[in-house]
Design a protein around this ligand. Sequence first.
Ligand code: AHR
Length: 510
Amino acid sequence: MKKLVTIFVLVFGLITFAQNKIVINADLGKDTINRNIYGHFAEHLGRCIYDGFYVGDTNKIIPNTSGIRNDIVEALKKMKVPILRWPGGCFADTYHWKDGIGEKSKRPTIVNAWWGGVTENNSFGTHEFLHLCELLGAEPFISGNVGSGTPQELADWIQYCNFDGISPMSDLRKKNGREKPWGVKYWGVGNEAWGCGGNMRPEYYADIYKRFATYMQGNSNTKIFRIASGPYGDNYNWTEVLMKNIPLNLIEGIGLHYYSVIDWNAKGPATNFTEEQYFKIIKQALKIEEYIEGHSKIMDKYDPKKKVALVVDEWGGWYDVEPGTNPAFLFQQNTMRDAVLAGVTLNIFNNHCDRVKMANLAQTVNVLQAVILTEKEKIILTPTYHVMEMFNVHHDAVMLPSTVISDSYKYNNEEIKSISCSASRNKDGVIHISLVNIDMNKEKNVKIDLRGQKVNSVSGRILTSQKVQDHNTFDDPKKVKPEVFKDVMLLNNVIDVKLPPFSVVVLEVK
Ligand code: AHR
């Protein structure tokens, strides 16, 4: 009898354990998912700007508007890019903005010291970037030069972009053909100050930050949002020192950089990867939740009202460059692995939207986890693009807290939770649930209970493919693309879905 009870308990336990269940508290929504969480990053690096976004205003082969590719603008508008960070990255702390204004033939040619030592003629500068943002309908986010610049240079840039009256910099702007100020709100105060931005100690950077930040408001008609160069990954001391030393009236945001990488000296291929490499990358990606929580805890101590935003201004997967391409250009392909990586990361950002108010995927075109790749007149939209487009339903919607009970995806002796989820309600009352099945091998059956909400209808879209290594190419640009999701049922107000291996699904619930 005792044996029988044990078997029953074991079997019952297994059945209960094996069931994947999500409870969404539709009646407990409080925090809004800032659309800027879905932001992007464009650096003067490799083929992101030149031969990426920008093909030159004399180009007669690729359709463009003042040198900016029309096909890229159209695709990014469809994806609803809300904010774009520029000009770096490491490049930002070498960039002197006055090199990039005025008549193009008179602009100096400079050496891009961080990224391959290539020269560039500055034909893409402040006016071109802000024109790009206007075409996209995106907010600009400019990273100021702290490492090799001065507070005066940064204050002048702000005055040039934002001042409406008569002043040396607004007069210069008008002379260069732009009458009205752009009103740029978001400004970064250096980049990776602990590394390429000056190799500083946090105590030293905190002092430098205060010096720069003091002069960033004065000459502007726009209320400036200053973002300090933040830590990388789990460098909690950096956050602690900054939060302790910078008064809250001088700071609106603090950055966080984190890349999913297996080993900086052996990153592995972007497409032809093994299951071990898949597992490691996704496990790395999931770590960002722990880092966000760790930095948020420190920020809560100094800023309990959550006035200062955590801005994840660089994130994504980082692999070996495509064979035969310049190693300094960081050009990599993008597969279903990247779709899973993007899906789980965006779910984490959504679920921590009380503190994470902005994030910028690195980088938009032709660099790292790009959403668009170009080759001469052709472009392809990557699996990451499709995830960003599918998830844009969460922009400015109210996050609905969810609890996930999920089985594990195991590889060798390690395991990670196989299901990731976030949910939100938009201004029309429509609920969206984004789900990722991380498991590379097994389909998952998931039951979703929407507490406090009567469900009348549910539909959805899915991104998956035959193989996790699948990606779009210039010869087969539509191999991976979203489809209508059919494996969904509604029974007694419970949504029942079957998620194929390595899939990303967004449900619409009315
Ligand atoms: O995104 C590529 C580089 O990674 C950026 O320039 C730098 O900030 C980071 O180290």
